[in-house]
Design a protein around this ligand. Structure first.
Ligand code: GLN
Length: 543
């Protein structure tokens, strides 16, 4: 049984009208702002799908799979939470319908319901509540912000809303809900309309909840008269209707909240007092970003560019580039280069001539791989700063083997299982997983230590001897090729000490050519860029 802390506040963040309007950033910003007032917070994301985690979901459609220290494969919003609150998220911060049902069914099979029948209500909401409270306890949080994926009115959100209602019924003083709603501006009218939000409020009412705040997402600030209308519909004072117009940078959101004294409004509603006021760093960053004139042009070469938004698919990579550029006083300009285009017409590689640096992020499968290899060759030969992340590192090794070691058919066995030179291979355990279709949760996941080679560029960047970084991959560098690679100039400069796995490669006689088997992008912060991105950027801008 979880222990009850009578003072803990729970804030449910639900979506109105439509999804993808920045609920995650809003939830992260609320966390940040309350943290800046001196409170210990925890953010939780609830995803409505039956998947156990985000690990088997196509990132091109559903966004990046964010990996936690403990290896949880989660929704990208956990990345926002970490970047905003600088607190590590684990599986405790992530709940899916699948996890909830799996646990309830497991308990039923273990006779833990003492002969009672197991009901969708209340047993499913009870399990949701148990998980929320567990996260509160583990984080010793005073305020827990629980974001529900999707939108009010969707069938699959109902049991989560029921959990919120049950918590509110038991503890009305300490449970709150915020609806992040969308106010469309029809081009003919030129002003945001509130009717869809009014319906969404009614729908939330029918689930037994009235919002305590409404956040109005819109392309422009909402007027007082709109605030009046909405405040009437949900019987809330006007200051609880918050205007949240589009912003330049997501890091402006908490700063704007503070400018509107939202932190104080939240605390007043919660019956709490501000303990401190610490948002200065972020206010300065937000100012700095607006003032940056000089650009740095970074190409991201990959293949997941033809779905809805590459921003969601590569959000942590993009944010890491942003953080590093701002730190180096540059405005980042990212070019999305589809590697399949290089395959169709290698002349297009010329596009890489006028970029300052090239990033090849993670990826899966064989489509577009040859084009990525061409781009890596270009970076190596033209001495363009290059940072390869996971698949980017693997393909940098393949390219080097093909072109420098003259092993023309070298490959990763993920793409060509029959290659005579499996530069990137698969170990026995992983081969068994693939053979038996055991895909969910079986990758090499989460934080692993890595020993750095003294004097290497990456070691100097990290300024330490041993690091820990997060992983998410199945294939590994094949140690049979280590000596050959090193002799020819591709140095192995990071090793996992327990399993002797290659973690970092670095090319000699190149301004910056680094491939890492892990995902440094998960640990970059707006004010503290990741050391590898920071150094890559420094070299890219010619410092
Ligand atoms: N597909 C590669 C692997 O499984 C790389 C994964 C990644 O880039 N995250 O090892």
């Amino acid at each position: 049984m979880t222990k009850k802390n009578p003072n803990t506040k729970y804030v449910f963040v639900v979506g109105g009208v439509m999804s993808s309007v920045g609920k995650g950033v809003a939830a992260a910003s609320i966390g940040k702002i309350l943290q800046s007032k001196g409170y210990r917070v925890a953010n939780i994301k609830c995803d409505m799908y039956v998947n156990i985690d985000a690990g088997t979901i196509r990132p091109a459609e559903h966004g990046e799979v964010f990996v936690g220290e403990d290896g949880v494969e989660a929704d990208q919003d956990l990345g926002n939470y970490e970047r905003f609150t600088d607190q590590i998220c684990t599986r405790d911060n992530y709940i899916t319908t699948g996890q909830v049902y799996l646990e309830v069914i497991r308990r039923e099979r273990n006779l833990e319901f003492n002969g009672e029948d197991v009901e969708v209500v209340p047993d499913i909401p009870n399990e949701i509540i148990r998980r929320i409270k567990l996260c509160q306890q583990k984080n010793k949080a005073e305020i827990v912000i629980v974001e529900f994926g999707g939108t009010v009115g969707e069938y699959q959100v109902l049991l989560f809303l029921e959990a919120a209602r049950m918590m509110k019924m038991k503890d009305p003083e300490n449970v709150f809900s915020i609806m992040v709603s969308y106010l469309p501006t029809p081009s003919l009218l030129g002003e945001p309309k509130s009717k869809p939000t009014q319906y969404a409020i009614r729908t939330l009412n029918s689930a037994g909840l009235n919002p305590d705040f409404i956040m109005c997402r819109s392309d422009r600030p909402v007027t007082d008269s709109i605030k009046n209308t909405i405040s009437n519909v949900c019987s809330l004072p006007k200051e609880r209707i918050i205007s949240a117009p589009d912003v330049n940078s997501i890091y402006d959101v908490p700063v704007n909240f503070e400018a509107e004294k939202l932190g104080a409004t939240f605390l007043k509603a919660f019956g709490l007092r501000s303990r401190k006021n610490e948002l200065k760093d972020w206010q300065e960053l937000s100012q700095k970003i607006k003032g940056l004139k000089k650009e740095v042009k970074i190409a991201i070469v990959g293949k997941y560019f033809n779905f809805k938004s590459c921003r969601d698919t590569y959000i942590s990579v993009i944010e890491s580039i942003n953080h590093a550029a701002w730190f180096n006083n540059r405005a980042p300009k990212i070019l999305w280069l589809d590697s399949e285009e290089f395959e169709k017409d290698p002349k297009k590689l010329n596009q890489l001539s006028d970029v300052d640096g090239i990033v090849v992020p993670g990826g899966w499968g064989s489509r577009g791989v040859e084009g990525i290899i061409l781009a890596i060759k270009f970076a190596r030969e033209h001495k363009k700063p290059f940072l390869g992340l996971c698949l980017g590192m693997q393909l940098a090794c393949v390219e080097f083997a093909r072109d420098v070691l003259n092993k023309k058919e070298a490959h990763t066995v993920e793409v060509n299982p029959k290659t005579p030179d499996p530069i990137i291979g698969i170990n026995k355990r992983q081969a068994e997983n693939v053979k038996h279709n055991r895909y969910g949760g079986t990758l090499r996941l989460g934080a692993y230590p890595c020993e750095l080679k003294l004097g290497a560029k990456t070691q100097i960047a990290y300024d330490t001897k041993e690091i820990s970084e997060r992983h998410r991959h199945r294939y590994e560098f094949n140690n049979d090729y280590r000596e050959m690679m090193e002799k020819a100039g591709l140095k192995i400069v990071g090793i996992n000490p327990e399993a002797d796995l290659v973690e970092i490669v670095e090319l000699e006689k190149h301004p910056f050519f680094v491939g890492v088997q892990f995902h440094p992008e998960f640990k970059s912060r707006p004010l503290v860029p990741h050391p590898l991105f920071r150094e890559f950027m420094k070299v890219s801008i010619g410092k």
